[in-house]
Design a binder for this molecule. Structure first.
Ligand SMILES: Nc1ncnc2c1ncn2[C@@H]1O[C@H](COP(=O)(O)OP(=O)(O)O)[C@@H](O)[C@H]1O
Ligand SMILES: [Mg+2]
Length: 342
C-alpha cells in the first residue's frame, strides 16, 4: 500500500448515558481512510453515522455521549486520550467537519469574513490583512462570485448552496488532511446537491484530501466515493469498493438501500422501501440486528450475532447472503383490484 493512512478508527464504541441506563449507539466500528480517498459512510437515519463522526472529531454532546472503547488515529497520531486543548488545535487544522445545515454552524451575528478570519487566526499567526486575503482566496476557490464583497455578508444573506460553499471554504482554509462531511447536501435541492458534491470531489483531488462522506442517500455516493461502509443500527454491516457495492451488494440491507434508488430499481412508480425501521438502540434485536427487516432471514440470524468477515473483497456481516436482485415494491392490494383501467 503506497497511500498514507489519514484516519484510522479501531473498535470504536460510543455510549449514551441516559436516565434509563447506558446504551451503546456505535459498536465496534472500524475503518481506515487513506490520503486522497473518499469513504462513504451510509445508512438510514438513526444508524449512528453522526455519532461516529462526532466521536472522531470529539464533538460529542457530553453528556450524554462518551467514547467507551476503541481508538482514533489521525495522521499517524493516536488522539484517543488527548486533552481537549489538543483536539481544539487539531480541529479545523488537521481534521475539519462540514454539517448538514450551514445555518446552524454559521453564527448569524457575524459576517462570513469575520468567521473565516476567526477560523484562520485561531490557528495561524497572521495579521488581519493576511487572514482576509486567505479568506478571499478560499472563497474564490470554492467558486463564490465576487468573494471580496461577500466577506461583508451575513449568513442569512446567502442562499443555502452558497452557505454550504462558505462552510466548505472555512473547513478547507487551513488545508486539513481529513474532511468529514455529514449529510452535506441533504438540506439542498437536487441541482445544488450535485454542484456541492462536485466541489467536494474537486477539492478532494486538488488537495489529496481524505474525505469521510456521511449520507443516508446511496445515490449521492455513486458520484464521489471510492469505498463505501454501510452502517446499520450502530454497526458496519458491509464495506467494499464503491463499484462493488453498486454492482454486487452482498448484505441484504445494502441490497435494500440500493433497491430504494429510482435508477437502480428501474421503476420509480413502485419504488422499494425496506419494511420496518431502524431499531431503537435501547431495544435491539437479539442477534443479527437486521433480522426483523430481512427478506432472507434464517433461524441462525435470531440467536447468533454475525461477525464482520472478509468475503470476496467485501467485509460482510451476514449469515445468509444472496445474489442481488433489485427488490421490488409489493403492489398494494387495492392496485390489483382496480388495475383494469390501465
Ligand atoms: N443526544 C442524544 N440523546 C439521546 N439519543 C441520541 C442523542 N444523539 C443521538 N441519539 C440516538 O443515537 C442513535 C444514533 O444517532 P445518529 O448518530 O444521529 O444517527 P444518524 O446520524 O445515522 O442519523 C439514534 O438512535 C439517535 O436517536
Ligand atoms: Mg446524522
Amino acid at each position: 500500500m503506497s497511500a498514507d493512512v489519514a484516519l484510522e478508527v479501531k473498535g470504536l464504541r460510543t455510549t449514551l448515558f441516559l436516565r434509563e441506563g447506558r446504551v451503546d449507539v456505535v459498536r465496534n466500528v472500524s475503518f481506515q481512510l487513506n490520503d486522497g480517498e473518499t469513504l462513504a459512510l451510509v445508512g438510514e437515519s438513526g444508524c449512528g453515522k453522526t455519532l461516529t463522526a462526532l466521536s472522531v472529531i470529539r464533538l460529542l454532546p457530553d453528556p450524554p455521549a462518551r467514547i467507551t472503547a476503541g481508538s482514533v488515529v489521525l495522521d499517524g497520531s493516536d488522539i484517543t486520550g488527548v486533552p481537549e486543548s489538543t483536539m481544539r488545535s487539531l480541529r479545523g487544522d488537521t481534521v475539519s467537519m462540514v454539517f448538514q445545515e450551514p445555518l446552524t454552524s454559521l453564527d448569524p451575528v457575524f459576517t462570513i469574513g469575520d468567521q473565516i478570519e476567526e477560523a484562520i487566526t485561531a490557528h495561524r499567526k497572521v495579521n488581519r490583512r493576511e487572514a482576509r486575503d486567505m479568506a478571499v482566496e478560499i472563497l474564490k476557490e470554492v467558486q463564490i462570485p465576487s468573494p471580496r464583497q461577500r466577506l461583508d455578508d451575513y449568513p442569512h444573506q446567502m442562499s443555502g448552496g452558497m452557505r454550504q460553499r462558505v462552510m466548505i471554504a472555512m473547513a478547507l482554509v487551513l488545508d486539513p488532511k481529513v474532511l468529514i462531511a455529514d449529510e452535506p447536501t441533504t438540506a439542498l435541492d437536487v441541482t445544488i446537491q450535485a454542484q456541492i458534491l462536485e466541489l467536494i470531489r474537486a477539492e478532494q483531488e486538488r488537495r489529496q484530501l481524505a474525505v469521510l462522506l456521511i449520507t443516508h442517500n446511496l445515490a449521492v455516493v455513486s458520484q464521489v466515493a471510492d469505498r463505501v461502509a454501510v452502517m446499520y443500527a450502530g454497526e458496519i454491516v458491509e464495506e467494499a469498493p464503491a463499484s462493488e457495492i453498486f454492482a454486487n451488494p452482498r448484505h441484504p440491507y445494502t441490497q435494500g438501500l440500493l433497491s430504494s434508488i429510482p435508477s437502480a430499481a428501474g421503476d420509480s412508480k413502485h419504488l422499494y422501501t425496506i419494511p420496518g425501521r431502524v431499531p431503537d438502540p435501547r431495544v435491539l434485536p437479539p442477534a443479527c440486528l437486521f433480522a426483523p427487516r430481512c427478506p432472507y432471514v434464517i433461524s441462525r440470524c435470531w440467536h447468533d450475532h454475525p461477525g464482520l468477515e472478509a468475503s470476496n473483497g467485501h467485509l460482510l456481516r451476514c449469515w445468509n447472503p444472496q445474489p442481488f436482485i433489485a427488490l421490488k415494491a409489493v403492489e398494494p392490494e387495492v392496485d390489483r383490484s382496480v388495475a383494469t383501467s390501465e
